[in-house]
Design a protein around this ligand. Structure first.
Ligand SMILES: [Zn+2]
Length: 266
């Protein structure tokens, strides 16, 4: 039994974890326990975004070990877009042609680390949006310090794919533009931070536009902020939405689960 902040979970809330890097070396020692806690917390599926060629083997190993529970995506993370990104994209394209994946992710732009690579990131992002369209699957978008830029790229595309803006940290206006593009907003641990700034978004945006995620091992929700994050903590994110919107956690679980399954079509 896993204990949330309000005691043991006794109901049957089912969550979908839409973004977990559980193939990270941070879980190497105790992945079986992490998965067990995740299942006890009611997480019914864990979707794993890819980063680059180095993360693929570990991700597919977890899929093998926990079939239909740990579900891989395929894509090139914007922070792994370097001058030789075409080599990386070839690997992504090759995997997408070899077997089915539920989404192209995570892809997008990142102006937090190295702004000089933005044009290359943009190119890789657009190519991968087209790959998603060709495979008729959604995109999972990363946009750190670059929400407006990423929204503009999608708004400028004739046939922009739908999906999830993961780890959303923007304002209500940005959220509305994202929803107008047919995307869901990925809500994670930042929503529980005192200075996270997401309360207006959680209050003003309809629940049906949100999905839950942890982005583990990063961004653990309060009271675990700064520690290793894991899928079982998703209940704390749901609890925060429930408290703010003054609705039961079960309603948050049901709506976000439906939305996630609708996006991933599985
Ligand atoms: Zn991620």
């Amino acid at each position: 039994m896993w204990y949330g902040k309000k005691g043991p979970m006794v109901d049957n809330n089912q969550f979908v974890e839409t973004h977990a890097h559980i193939y990270s070396s941070k879980f190497k020692e105790d992945i079986a326990d992490v998965i067990e806690r995740s299942q006890e917390a009611g997480v019914s599926k864990i979707y794993m975004p890819n980063v680059d060629h180095e993360s693929i083997d570990g991700m597919l190993e977890l899929e093998n070990k926990y079939p239909e529970y740990c579900i891989p995506m395929m894509g090139l993370h914007p922070c792994s877009v370097k001058k030789d990104f075409e080599k990386e994209l070839y690997i992504v394209e090759d995997w997408l042609s070899k077997r089915p994946f539920v989404a192209v992710g995570e892809i997008g732009t990142d102006l937090y680390w190295d702004k000089s690579l933005f044009e290359l990131q943009k190119e890789a992002f657009i190519i991968q949006c087209n790959l998603a369209n060709q495979n008729d699957i959604p995109v999972i978008i990363h946009c750190r310090e670059s929400i407006d830029e990423t929204i503009e790229i999608l708004e400028g595309m004739a046939n922009a794919p739908k999906g999830i803006f993961h780890c959303f940290t923007g304002d209500v206006e940005q959220a509305k533009r994202i929803i107008a593009l047919g995307h869901k907003i990925g809500i994670g641990g930042v929503a529980t931070f005192k200075n996270g700034g997401l309360d207006p978004v959680l209050l003003e945006i309809d629940l049906e536009n949100m999905v839950l995620e942890t982005d583990c091992p990063y961004l653990a929700p309060t009271p675990y902020r700064g520690k290793r994050n894991e899928p079982a903590f998703i209940e704390l994110v749901a609890q925060k939405i429930s408290d703010l919107k003054n609705i039961p956690v079960s309603e948050v679980a049901q709506s976000t689960t439906n939305s996630a399954l609708q996006i991933f079509k599985s």
